[in-house]
Structures are given as C-alpha cells and as structure tokens.
Design a protein around this ligand. Structure first.
Ligand code: MF3
Ligand code: CO
Ligand code: CO
Length: 314
C-alpha cells in the first residue's frame, strides 16, 4: 500500500497506490470510517470494527491458508523462460477453479490477478509478456478473497541461480520480515515493526522503502492500521491489539530507498537508481497470546531459511 502524507490533499495521489486522486479514491472511505486518518493515531476501542471475533478470525485463517496454498502451487513454475503473464494465468486459473477471487483483478484499475515485480521493480509490477531470465529475482504478490475475507502474501523468488547481491537483498528482506514478526506482542506499538526492519537493513547497508506500507486487512484489502516498515513517529504509536489483522511486507533496496512509479502504467514502482529490490509479505493476526502468521506455506522458505547464490550462501 502506498504511503500517505499527513497533509494529503484531495488532489494528491491516493495513499493506496492506485495513482488516482485521493478524492476520487479512498478519501470518502477514510472519512466515513471516522479513522481520524491524519490525526495522531488513536487507541483501539473495544467497539472498533477492526477487532475480529473468533468467527471472523476463522474466516481470515481460511483466506490465509488458501493464499499460502496458492503460493506453494505457483512457486515451482517460476523458472527461466516463463513470462510474468504465464504466472498471472496460473494464479487466476487456480484461484477461480477453487471458487475464490483474485483481489487485485479490477482493484482500482489494476488489470491482473497478481503482482510480479522483477529486479529493480519494488512492487506492483503488472504481469505481461516479460520473460524471466536466469539470474532474475521476481516478487510474486498474491491476494485472494475467500468467502469475503482477504489473504495477502508475497515472496521474492530466484529465477535459476542468482548473484550474491540478489541473494543478499532477498535474505535481508526475508530476515527483516521475520524479525518484525518476532518483535510483535499483544498491544505493542506499530513502531516496533519498523525498528526491527531498519536494524536488519542497516546490517547489510541496504535501505528500507518508505513509500509503500503494510496495511490492515480483513473484509477490505487495505485498511487501518498503516504499517510503515521504518520507524515512523506518526503511525508508529498505533497499538496492535488482539483481534487486529495486518500485513508486514518490507521492501529492501540495495541502493536508494527512493522509488518512482511508471508514468505510462500508473502502477509499477521502480528503484530510482535501477538497483535491486526484494520483498516478503505475510498476513498476521494479533491474538491474546501474540502474533499468528496466517499465510504460512508448506513448501516455501520457512523461518530461518538461508538463501543461496550461485556463489554459495548469500
Ligand atoms: N498485494 C499488494 C499489497 O501487498 C497490493 C497490490 S494492489 C495492486 O498490498 F492493485 F497493485 F495489485
Ligand atoms: Co499487502
Ligand atoms: Co501483497
């Protein structure tokens, strides 16, 4: 989700990344949600619709589990020679054959069933004729609607063998995501996420993207709370209470954190220096006992995984 700005005006680009004006996009929803969006974050009240009860949690678990199954299905097809459009078709067919819906298809003008972000694309890459070549890294970001509830996750995948730098930035974003998950506890503050991610990125001298956030998720694809991946004072003081569902999806760049959105398609976000970017994402439910990761895969990289470059361990 695209970062917002405290002074976001009606004619500014919307925070969701649609490329549309805020007034034509989320402004109405934000105001009717009474989110106090650009005021200091509020403590969560018991009546807050963002707090899921046990039956809602079960719905989110089912959505997350299907989305993870889809990731396990798609991952094995990502090899040199496949196009990003082929990946999109696999995602669409598997999802619809199971009776579910691809959340990105038609989402604020997005025309594909997933995002495929190759090399210097940070996020929101649009699947198409691009052929993946040995040495590329591609983030595949999947979001499914199951019975009205959303599951959202992504992995940066290696196309064949990759350079040491590609493996290192992939490792960094993976570790950063897990360190952020491990930093969570019931009623902790959002800023703990950004702190953990920034600390890990600094170890490698990599940068954390500031223009796209993690986000609350549930019946809506993108909602409160905003989850910056760097320590942000404004959004950082929001509390993550039991019953809240949100994503953590750090984008880590080898060079500058700055991004530019493709003028022609209005979506694809590139690094401004053309250097590599990697990302992982999970959907997380905060419970009374701590975080529950809803999008765990069976065959993907598990917590603690070590990625290997063609030269060996990254
Ligand atoms: N799945 C992305 C996220 O993690 C959002 C993609 S929106 C799209 O929030 F329209 F670009 F597909
Ligand atoms: Co997301
Ligand atoms: Co996503």
């Amino acid at each position: 989700m695209r970062n917002d700005d405290k002074k976001l005006g009606p004619n500014d680009p919307c925070w969701c990344g649609s490329g549309k004006k805020y007034k034509k996009c989320h402004q109405g929803q934000d105001q009717s949600a009474g989110a106090g969006k650009f005021e200091a974050p509020q403590q969560v009240r018991r009546s807050d619709p963002l707090l899921l009860d046990e039956s809602d949690r079960e719905k989110m678990r089912a959505a997350g589990a299907f989305n993870a199954e889809l990731m396990d299905y798609v991952r094995d097809f990502v090899k040199p020679g496949i196009t990003t459009g082929d990946i999109d078709k696999l995602v669409y067919d598997y999802t619809t054959q199971h009776g579910h819906t691809c959340a990105t298809l038609g989402y604020r003008g997005f025309t594909k069933s997933c995002c495929t972000s190759v090399n210097d694309v940070i996020c929101h890459g649009i699947p198409g004729p691009r052929v993946l070549n040995e040495g590329d890294i591609v983030n595949v970001d999947l979001t499914t609607i199951v019975d009205g509830w959303h599951g959202d996750q992504s992995e940066s995948l290696f196309v064949g063998e990759v350079s040491e730098e590609a493996a290192r930035v992939t490792q960094c974003s993976f570790d950063a995501m897990w360190l952020a998950i491990d930093a969570l506890s019931p009623n902790c503050k959002v800023i703990e996420i950004g702190r953990a991610i920034k600390r890990r990125a600094d170890q490698d001298g990599f940068s954390v993207v500031k223009e796209f956030f993690g986000h609350g998720i549930g019946k809506r694809f993108h909602q409160r709370p905003h989850i910056p991946h760097y320590p942000d004072k404004h959004h950082g003081s929001e509390i993550l209470a039991p019953g809240m569902c949100f994503t953590i999806e750090p984008m880590i760049n080898v060079g500058t954190w700055r991004s530019v959105v493709d003028r022609a398609d209005g979506w694809t976000a590139y690094t401004t220096d053309g250097k590599l970017s990697a990302q992982f994402e999970h959907t997380i439910l905060m419970t009374e006992k701590g975080p529950e990761v809803l999008t765990l895969t069976k065959r993907g990289p598990q917590r603690g995984h070590k990625f290997k470059s063609s030269a060996g361990v990254a």
